[in-house]
Design a protein around this ligand. Sequence first.
Ligand code: ZN
Length: 408
Amino acid sequence: MKRREFVKHLGVAAPYCQWLAYRLLAVQGSLLLTPLLGEAWGAPAAGLVPVTELKHWSTPDYTRISITLDQEVRFEHHKLPNRLYLDLSGTHLNPGVKDLTIGDGLLKSVRIAQFQASTVRVVLDLDSIKEYKVFTFSEPYRIIIDVKGERRQEISASKGEVIETAKPEPPPAEKPKPQQKFRPGRIRRIVVDPGHGGHDPGAVSPSGTREKDIVLQIGLNLAQKIREELGIDAVMTRSTDVFIELQERTAIANKVGADLFVSIHANASLNRGANGIETYYLNLAKTEKAAQLAAKENGTTLEKVSMLQAVLFDLMANYKLNDSAHLADEVQKALHKKAQTGYPAVKNLGVKQGPFYVLVGATMPSILVETAFLSNDRDEQKLKDPQYQDLTADGILAGIKGYISSLK
Ligand SMILES: [Zn+2]
């Protein structure tokens, strides 16, 4: 490909300086410029923010592109008939970050290059899209582009294929038949998401009990009960002690075509007297407390939460808010009732709303359950008790069952 054509191919009009073209070509690997390469790239100018990763997920409803940077940058995005491009100001492309070939019916590919000395350009080559949204996540700072279209039919054949970190567990060899057969109706697959994991312990009690361990146990119990008692497929976002990014958790749920998404957490408060059960669904926080909890679960600051709230309104246009609220209601009610059978004094803190990253982008009814407070001594004792963990799984299960039954 000639240089001029190539520059056009990469984006819109570009300055045709020889030096820049060499750099573009070097990035694309279209020319062997090894001796020039070292000079052309050199060291990035001081103060430029490195672009460290470019990833994508294809789901039945949309494709998500994630660009990771070392810190927040200014960027702009523009849509042309066949492509969408973003210019990231004050940035430097790490050499390891490569173009992506996608070909999923929405996007052909994503190309990334050092477009100008201090600007990295990302170009999405579009196949057929209906709409797109650009927003950011923090810590690490990521620019997310969700591209939507209508291709559920075409993709459904590959529904079983899951992102490496979250292989659906094989169904149990022998499915015990529930005594009274439960009819799952149109709910065929539920994603169970134990919060945190790996280097992220979540909340830690004064005596060292970690949220990630408790919620994994509850999540494993719940998934097993969903399979055995409801006869519905359950997919865990994690079934071991590994870290999964928040954005990836909903992407997994979308990718496996889940009908419900349940994220399991344990609460913490500076007020050590605070205790009880509460269930959230995604919405703007109605109270300062909800915003604070979202900041904690998002691993971010209160200030970032208010920034997320600003874009959330727009993002939520297609979300199943009413269904999520309904699911939250059923689960909160049933979980509290079940917990009372073991601990009569357990508090019902009700259904609440908050801007949780882990729920952003889910295309199915999705909730976040705060099972109890690790910061409260009595609640902590309960959470550590395997019987209470089982009771909690039973309670969430009963809520899911109630939700499904109410759909009929
Ligand atoms: Zn948590």
